[in-house]
Write a protein of this length. Structure first.
Length: 148
């Protein structure tokens, strides 16, 4: 509800505080709103830096609506947003990604199942889907992948 230098100080404080915690979604949105404000203030160069970071964060976490909003704002400043590169893990569901991370970290099917309250057979079924989607044939290959 503030304007001018007082508003900017509040935006910066919000970004600083959110940067110190694990609430990345809120940090990305704070950068988006700050970037929008900077653009409306006519500070296109400053706006680009905030909007570019917001777009990368929001795209990376799959928040497509907010990512598109950041992309629109970036275009309004005269910059074209980068296209998100497709990662192999993008084909996985959230549940499959969680299982893949556990197994890539060295967990057995039994250990992963215990953590997720699933049977080892269910974990193995998910692993078959994961391997098929990623074109893998072994757990060792899964360990070598960079999973988000």
């Amino acid at each position: 509800m503030s304007t001018g230098p007082a508003a900017e100080e509040l935006y910066r404080e919000a970004i600083e505080r959110l940067g110190d915690c694990r609430m990345v979604t809120h940090l990305a949105r704070a950068r988006l709103v700050y970037g929008e404000w900077l653009r409306r203030e006519g500070r296109r160069k400053d706006a680009r830096a905030q909007l570019r970071t917001a777009h990368e964060l929001l795209s990376g976490m799959g928040a497509e609506g907010f990512a598109e909003r950041a992309a629109r704002e970036l275009r309004a400043t005269g910059e074209q947003p980068r296209k998100r590169t497709v990662q192999p893990a993008d084909a996985l569901t959230a549940h499959e990604l969680l299982i893949a991370r556990l197994v890539a970290g060295g967990a057995t099917s039994k250990e992963a199942g215990a953590q997720l309250f699933l049977s080892p057979r269910t974990i193995d079924a998910h692993l078959r889907n994961i391997f098929r989607k990623l074109g893998l044939t072994s757990r060792r290959q899964l360990r070598n992948l960079r999973l988000p």
